[in-house]
Design a protein around this ligand. Structure first.
Ligand SMILES: [Zn+2]
Length: 332
């Protein structure tokens, strides 16, 4: 089962989180793989999307925000767009659009930043939007401060956290065809930090010393966290990972979140919604498609699940309107 673990380092302004997606991630892959139009994700794209999904879950769990967190990469290589969405209840979905071939060993820049035009966007879309409210969106380039292309998603997101939230963050992400997982370590904001003006000399020195001590704690923990390998993150259980990395630190752990209280897959699409959409097309257009292709096939843009209606299904849609559920004509 997919799970999320939160912890604090006792007495230090450092917090951490581990997410481990198994069933939720496998569902995302399975929906795509069974889509006859797209087929399964090529392995490097699956790895990127898995890392994005794990990161979206960590970032959503890390903020107090009542709305969806949407992590998007707009690519200029074979991957045109990759999206992972995490809602406040930690429901997750993800998808990617791939055009053309890509090598089995493609790295992040090959996939999304081949012509230096790729970018990553993080959107916070409030659940109860007032009219006229636009979602907050932060855009991060896929380059470091020296103008070098970033090779890993974790580097891109660490950069974003530092720029947008002024928070030092260490991220380790990994995904394969069974597990998508991530470790996040973050230095907590210290009250009054960066605003030492007006404090007397001695207070100032004390504050500086405290600050240096705190940085050392964070730096030490960050180095330990960064030593976690991809294989360890994918194959070891959370208790083992935490023991191996932080056996000398005192951790305060929270109750793990799993099942419906933890990270889980959810998409708003469904057969009934697609039926309503086909009804919206009208009987003539529906019959036209049936005559041309034999059945009506609609894929969900957000998870890849494909819904197929043959002539008998379609006839039912149009002959029994009284039995249908009212609903939106839009699949989302
Ligand atoms: Zn869907």
């Amino acid at each position: 089962m997919s799970e999320l673990h939160k912890f604090l380092f006792d007495g230090m302004p450092v917090r951490g989180m581990i997410v481990r997606l198994t069933d939720a991630w496998q569902e995302i892959l399975a929906r795509r793989a069974s889509n006859t139009t797209t087929g399964a994700y090529p392995p490097p794209v699956a790895e990127l999307l898995g890392e994005m999904t794990a990161a979206a879950a960590l970032m959503q769990a890390n903020i107090k925000f009542n709305g969806a967190l949407i992590l998007q990469i707009f690519g200029d290589g074979p991957v045109k767009i990759a999206v992972a969405e995490a809602k406040p209840d930690l429901s997750l979905r993800a998808t990617a659009k791939v055009v053309g071939e890509l090598p089995a060993d493609a790295r992040l820049p090959d996939m999304v930043n081949a012509g230096n035009k790729g970018r990553c966007a993080i959107t916070l879309d409030p659940k109860d939007k007032l009219p006229g409210t636009t979602p907050y969106q932060g855009v991060v380039p896929l380059f470091d401060d020296q103008g070098e292309k970033l090779g890993r998603l974790s580097e891109v997101l660490q950069h974003y956290m530092l720029q947008s939230e002024q928070l030092d963050t260490t991220l380790v992400l990994a995904a394969d065809d069974k597990v998508a997982a991530g470790l996040l370590i973050q230095r907590l904001p210290v009250k009054g930090e960066g605003n030492l003006e007006g404090t007397s000399g001695s207070d100032h020195d004390q504050a500086n010393e405290d600050q240096i001590g705190r940085n050392e704690d964070y730096n030490r923990i960050s180095i330990l966290a960064s030593s976690l390998t991809r294989d360890e993150l994918l194959t070891l259980d959370v208790d083992t990972i935490l023991r191996r990395l932080f056996w000398e630190e005192k951790l305060l752990r929270f109750e793990p979140q799993a099942g419906l209280l933890g990270p889980h897959f959810a998409c708003t699409c469904g057969r009934e919604r697609v039926a309503n959409m086909i009804r919206g097309l009208g009987i003539e257009e529906a019959e036209g498609i049936l005559a041309e292709r034999g059945d009506i096939e609609v894929g969900c843009d957000f998870c890849g699940k494909q819904y197929r209606f043959d002539a008998v299904d379609a006839a039912q849609i149009f002959t029994a309107p009284g039995d249908q559920m009212p609903g939106s004509a839009v699949v989302q």
